[in-house]
Design a binder for this molecule. Structure first.
Ligand SMILES: [Mn+2]
Length: 325
């Protein structure tokens, strides 16, 4: 089934006149790496390099990724009636894709390439492999099933995706296949130092200070039956760090703590509380799905709307709904 779908994807890409790629709403190493590797495929096969639509600015750390200049935040690209194919990468949220596709005057086919357990299979072709460690692994499978040589650029993109989603081959998403593919990508010339730098060497002192606040507040919370910590909008504002800079805190905590399940609660700029969960034993994607979020079995999240974080007299933090909303 998997290789049959790869064949269908290959045919659709080769026959498309004007395809557009879409990276997940949350732009990260995997959504970018997997979509840009596919841009390389298009170029190698004599096709025009498609645009990769990104919902937010591409973080500076990814600026060295090959084909990054194909990323655009210009939503106007969807008004082109000649678009006949849309390919989404690493995106489990069907609403996000449907909203964008609705802007296209024509009736394009949708290919959905992903590995999230919560993916609702919204595409005409759904290549969603939930035990893949990253969407980059699924895209690697595409190259492999067609015996396509992987260029240095494509290898670098795919390696960045794998490295991002496995937190440099340390988290529970790391499996034999991820390591096997990584070694093959290195043989194909992947620039591994670039990927490592993207992942780790990008925290400002201010961002680490905010992480410090989160470390101080770690405590066991009986309601969640987990260790939790939190960051308020004030913490983020006072230290002048972007939300993007504090992403990765939950990955870091789950890497270095000896607890099974960790929740990181963070006030968002839109009066909500974003809950990010990591667990080595529980299926947190089920909790996320129940609350309208998404993710993987061991790493998932959701947002509580119209809520804020409050610190009680006992030093324990709790989520408080904003009254009147
Ligand atoms: Mn991913």
């Amino acid at each position: 089934m998997e290789s049959y779908k790869h064949k269908q994807i290959h045919e659709a890409l080769m026959h498309a006149h004007n395809p557009v790629f879409i990276s997940d709403e949350r732009v990260d190493g995997d959504s970018l790496g997997s979509s840009l590797a596919m841009v390389d495929f298009m170029q190698t096969h004599g096709k025009q390099q498609p645009f990769v639509y990104v919902a937010t600015t591409v973080p500076e750390v990814y600026s060295s990724l090959p084909f990054i200049n194909r990323c655009t935040q210009n939503i106007e690209i969807f008004s082109d009636p000649t678009i006949d194919l849309v390919v989404s990468f690493d995106c489990s949220d069907s609403e996000f894709i449907k909203r964008l596709v609705a802007l296209i005057p024509g009736n394009p086919r949708i290919i959905n390439i992903d590995h999230h357990k919560t993916n609702s299979l919204y595409g005409d072709i759904n290549q969603v492999i939930v035990d893949a460690s990253a969407t980059a692994e699924v895209v690697y499978g595409f190259f492999e099933s067609h015996h396509l040589p992987i260029s240095k650029d494509a290898a670098t993109c795919l390696f960045a995706g794998l490295c991002f989603d496995t937190t440099a081959f340390t988290n529970s998403a790391t499996n034999n296949r991820a390591l096997d593919i990584a070694s093959k990508l290195i043989l194909s010339g992947a620039r591994i130092q670039d990927a490592i730098r993207m992942l780790f060497k990008n925290r400002s002192v201010a961002a680490l200070r905010v992480w410090g606040l989160a470390l101080e507040r770690l405590h066991f919370h009986p309601d969640f039956d987990s260790v939790i910590t939190c960051l308020t909008r004030k913490d983020i504002k006072e230290n002048q760090v972007s939300e993007e800079e504090i992403e990765g805190l939950s990955n870091f905590l789950s890497l270095v703590t000896d607890t099974e399940t960790i929740y990181v609660l963070r006030e968002t700029s839109e009066q909500g509380v974003k809950v990010s969960m990591r667990s080595s034993t529980r299926d947190v994607s089920a909790i996320a799905r129940e609350k309208g979020g998404g993710g993987h079995e061991r790493a998932a999240g959701y947002t509580i709307k119209n809520a804020m974080l409050l610190c009680g007299e006992n030093g324990c933090w709790r989520v408080e709904k904003i009254v009147g909303k």
